[in-house]
Ligand binder design. Structure first.
Ligand code: SF4
Ligand SMILES: [Zn+2]
Length: 125
């Protein structure tokens, strides 16, 4: 396969990963908002602001094509209070994802393991 074709496939794959990561974040914020702020179809304004913030960070990530899951990132570019808010949401919604969105939850966890494995065993050479 030509180098250019590989790059196109890699870019498409990463774009899909970013899209899926944002979808997962949105669903987790929604679970949290529904239970804690008694919303139904749309997010409350605070949760919507937080999701918009996370989306902006993700889309403009400094790692570009090599972006890890934000939860595995060592830089963590979020402001301190936003980071704490999103952590609270992950703690609450993480276990509930397996019932509400099992496939996304499994993909999310498997990506984390893959990344950790790569970092530990493949990138040290
Ligand atoms: S937390 Fe890390 S991976 Fe997530 S957007 Fe910020 S720099 Fe990128
Ligand atoms: Zn809310």
């Amino acid at each position: 396969m030509k180098k250019g074709s590989k790059q196109i496939i890699k870019t498409a794959f990463l774009a899909r990963n970013t899209e899926r990561e944002l979808d997962t974040i949105y669903k987790m914020v929604k679970i949290y908002c529904k239970s804690n702020h008694k919303t139904s179809k749309v997010l409350c304004s605070n949760c919507q602001d937080l999701f918009d913030y996370a989306k902006d960070r993700t889309v403009n990530c400094i790692f570009g094509d090599d972006k890890p899951e934000c939860s595995l990132c060592e830089v963590h570019c979020y402001k301190k209070e936003k980071r704490e808010e999103i952590r609270q949401i992950m703690r609450f919604s993480g276990p509930r994802m397996i019932y509400n969105h099992p496939i996304l939850a499994i993909v999310h966890v498997s990506r984390k393991f893959t990344r950790k494995f790569e970092e530990k065993y493949l990138k040290k050479t």
